[in-house]
Write a protein that binds this ligand. Structure first.
Ligand code: UTP
Length: 289
């Protein structure tokens, strides 16, 4: 039985690939139609049995806290004007879960962001869900990782096959298969040139860690881009205890990239009955069919 009850959602990055909008708005708050990206990430954590969530925020990220907070004036207005459906929706968001916020004073890298949560995690295994990755599946990706952690007692990272031209944007793994879809990590390299990459299997934004990852984060030097890289800490950890890599089931959208964001919007719109037919008709007209 796994006891992973805490999760860290790093959301303090600068979002430079989405400038200029991220000058005044966190990329984690970009809407997928009418729901911000990070809402899906929080929902995945909850559906995976997590009941304590720490969001790592930074400068300009206040709207994330506002979004999950109570909104008494808005609620009163909706109540007074009889908009019960909207009122229910707004209340549901602020009652989702007790969220905690820790500020990363400077965006010194994903590894540095995770390290900020050490005190709150207090020696337990925990999940990490990147605030700009949405994964759609009936069984949440984080739950899949928690189940493996429960069986093996080891840290586990989610991986997927990435296109050759994207290899140099990911932490790429070398693994020894031990079960269908499951490898023991032999190596992991942050953003390797494609000709030096050990495979095309890239770490995406979901992890379950044993707390020893924090020691590793404190020992590693700055890595690629002068940032404290989570990948480098995983590399150190796998020399001390087994770490697993799991080819998760589900469809991932990297909403921190323009194409991933667009794909998410289109797929989620097609899932909505009130948009499906009109969107299909629009796309047919676009491609001339
Ligand atoms: P990314 O590398 O995709 O975020 O990190 P970024 O740095 O904001 O992206 P670009 O390249 O500038 O567009 C993945 C996740 O880690 C968080 C981000 O907010 C994102 O959710 N992150 C990254 C932090 O919390 N702190 C950091 O220092 C870096």
């Amino acid at each position: 039985m796994s006891t992973v009850k805490k999760a860290v959602i790093p959301a303090a990055g600068l979002g430079t690939r989405f400038l200029p909008v991220t000058k005044s708005m966190p990329k984690e708050m970009l809407p997928i139609i009418d729901v911000p990206v990070i809402h899906y990430v929080v929902k995945e954590a909850l559906a995976s049995g997590i009941d304590d969530i720490i969001i790592i925020t930074g400068r300009g990220k206040r709207s994330i806290e506002d979004y999950f907070d109570d909104a008494p004036e808005l609620e009163m207005h909706l109540g007074n004007s009889g908009k019960e459906e909207y009122l229910r929706m707004v209340r549901e968001i602020s009652s989702l879960v007790d969220l905690h916020y820790i500020r990363q004073k400077e965006p010194l890298g994903l590894g540095h962001a995770v390290l900020q949560a050490e005190k709150h995690i207090s020696g337990e295994p925990f999940a990490v869900l990147l605030g700009d990755d949405i994964i759609k599946n009936s069984e949440p990706c984080t739950k899949q990782l928690i189940d493996i952690h429960g069986r093996k007692g080891c840290s586990v990272i989610a991986v997927e096959d990435v296109p050759q031209d994207m290899v140099s944007s990911y932490g790429i793994i070398d693994g020894k298969p031990v079960e269908p879809s499951l490898c023991v990590l032999k190596d992991i390299v942050e953003k390797p040139p494609v000709h030096e990459a050990p495979s095309t299997m890239g770490a995406i934004g979901r992890y379950v860690f044993n707390p020893e990852i924090f020691d590793c984060l404190k020992e590693i030097p700055k890595g690629v881009g002068g940032e404290l890289q989570l990948t480098d800490a995983i590399r150190l950890l796998k020399g001390r205890q087994d770490v697993y890599a799991y080819s998760f089931r589900g469809r991932r959208y990297d909403t921190g990239s323009a194409m991933g964001y667009l794909e998410a919007i289109i797929d989620f719109a097609l899932d909505k009955e009130y948009l499906h037919d009109d969107l299909m008709e629009f796309m047919r007209r676009k491609v001339g069919r």
